[in-house]
Design a protein around this ligand. Structure first.
Ligand code: DGL
Length: 263
């Protein structure tokens, strides 16, 4: 039994798509979330900048006595996962390998991946999917403008649907059976994405497999919490009111506190 918190980070509201699954599956765990809105967006930054930012957040979380870190950001996972695993004194889990595992579980012949500019350029999904299923056909496509639609609270609007239609037009000529939502902001646009691609395309949200792997690891290491109910503490490097609004919407208000922090 270990009641220390689990640390979770993202560039912004996208991390809440992982946090909501984590909190639902493991309500006894205390969670510490950092949304790096002060440096949003991540998807257009260099690998060096991303490594610096993410390691800084990792050190902040470790200073707050976490027992495990989840990098709830594909861009940060692609740029910094091995670095974090090498430097931090706690286990660190990313979202790309789980996302690829979840896609392959459906035995598709064609898989699409949408992500930030950085994630797609880095090619981590392509490599991981081909390692797991060498014959699979992968179509990867950057959809960076969709990140801002979510971050600025525009999901469910006609502007959101128009942006999704534009960004995913690529898949009209590159049809896929499964689409990996390779940016943690994108599950919040799932209705618009499904509407654009049609109901026959299966959308994969890496959060579910990520949390499955988290539970496995905590169980193996004897690190699961033993308390009745965990706390959910949110930090943002940006405006506190923005993260509060996002958490009201995407966590249905299930958080204990929300503070600004300079990192
Ligand atoms: N949510 C992040 C991801 O999963 C990054 C989005 C961004 O800041 O560009 O890649």
């Amino acid at each position: 039994m270990d009641n220390r918190p689990i640390g979770v980070m993202d560039s912004g509201l996208g991390g809440l798509s992982v946090l909501r699954v984590l909190h639902k599956r493991l309500p006894k765990e205390s969670l510490l979330f950092v949304g790096d809105q002060g440096h949003f967006p991540y998807g257009t930054k260099s690998q060096g900048e991303l490594q610096h930012l993410v390691l800084n957040i990792g050190n902040f979380l470790v200073a707050h006595n976490i027992k495990l870190m989840i990098v709830a950001c594909n861009t940060a996972t692609g740029a910094a996962l091995p670095l974090l695993q090498g430097k931090l004194p706690v286990p660190v889990i990313g979202v790309i390998e789980p996302g690829a595992v979840a896609a392959i579980a459906h035995h598709p012949q064609t898989v699409g991946v949408i992500g930030t500019e950085s994630t797609i350029k880095k090619g981590a999904y392509d490599r991981t999917l081909h390692r797991l299923a060498p014959k699979i056909k992968v179509y990867s496509h950057a959809a960076q403008p969709l990140v801002s639609i979510v971050e600025h609270g525009q999901t469910g609007t006609s502007a959101a649907q128009t942006a999704v239609n534009t960004e995913l037009a690529y898949f009209t000529n590159h049809p896929v059976q499964v689409l990996v939502l390779g940016c943690t902001h994108f599950p919040f646009l799932a209705p618009e994405i499904q509407h654009k691609l049609g109901k026959d395309v299966l959308l994969v949200d890496p959060a579910f497999e990520t949390i499955k792997q988290t539970i496995r690891l905590l169980t193996q290491k004897g690190l699961l919490a033993g308390q009745n109910q965990g706390t959910v503490r949110l930090y943002t490097t940006g405006r506190r009111t923005d993260l509060v609004a996002g958490a009201q919407k995407w966590l249905a208000g299930h958080f204990t506190s929300c503070e600004h922090v300079d990192l």
